[in-house]
Ligand binder design. Sequence first.
Ligand SMILES: Cc1ncc(COP(=O)(O)O)c(C=O)c1O
Length: 377
Amino acid sequence: MQQHQLQTQLIHATADGEKTSDVREPIHLSTTFVRPEDGLPGPMVYSRLDNPNRLNLEKKLALLENAAEALSFSSGQAATLAVFQAVLEPGAHLLIPDDCYHGTRALLQLVLAQWQIAWDEVDMSNLEQVAATIGPNTRLIWLETPSNPLLKICDISAIAQLTKNKDILLACDNTWATPLVQQPLALGADLVMHSTTKYLGGHSDVLGGALMHRLNGPIAEKLRNIQRLGGAVPSPFDCWLLSRSLATFPLRMQAHQQNASTLAEYLDQHPKIEKVYFPGLSSHPGHAIAKEQMQGGFGGMLSIEVKGDQQKTLKLASSLRIFAHATSLGGVESLIEHRRSVEGTNPKSPENLLRVSVGIEAIADLIADFEQSFQLI
Ligand SMILES: Cc1ncc(COP(=O)(O)O)c(C=O)c1O
């Protein structure tokens, strides 16, 4: 059978390859499924284990990252926790980025505290530092590139080389870049994690997470068990919403990226802006690696430092009329956030930093919105 392109498959693919008479997929709310005459489990048993909407979604998620298997979860955090549970035994050590999503660090600090896990927070854009921090008990390296919120770029294939022939799993949170921009598995990562709440969902109305991998053996088995027995699975409706979103994902991502590039260039020239963090700018320290590694563009996220203090920065954010001053990212609507305010007791972000999730509104309107807001600070 002819292999269709990804854009087509994201609209038409189903888990079993069959088309039904429903042009759009129905939602399967039943939690239990009838057994065949022999009483043994049929293809579906119980919806924590499997559900037609989840299987269809997981088929598309696997296609996106060119993975052997995709497992969907009820949130990005549930997916990350599944990796930690599957890979780390008591006494294990892992590396996380010094600039990673704060919730990833919080899982280690607050949820896994009694597991006696050790970790180092490393500047992943510094290969020597990564190599020097790997120890005999290192079992996992967790990457996030671009990082959050400083958009640091690390070289996935160079770090994959460091894990070669070692008992270390390389995982990459690909939420910000998205699989249309960057393919960590092709660059040597073993596993990719997504908060599907972001670009894959794309409309800020569904929470979800996913793991895509090419592992076989005990870790793959453990991940499946954590998903199905732990039960942090997405509901059929959430799976349906996400499948629907994936149909427009390539188009949305193009618009996000175009808008982000134009906005980054505009802000980079603005006298009230101190600094723009966007890997598409040639001045970005990770630009050369990003150009090589992010083959589909530079993503839709950027951060800015405002000339001035926290008060002025907050005033700029709250004076914008189109950009909502809210957390999260990857939706069709533009968002802006003062990260320092939400980073808890040990904040890392500069006080004048704002993180911007550039939506798909008309770019002229987004720039005009910044213009009117700049007048007020
Ligand atoms: C990069 C990144 N990873 C993981 C997560 C966690 O995902 P979720 O909120 O879906 O649990 C987030 C959420 O903001 C994120 O930005």
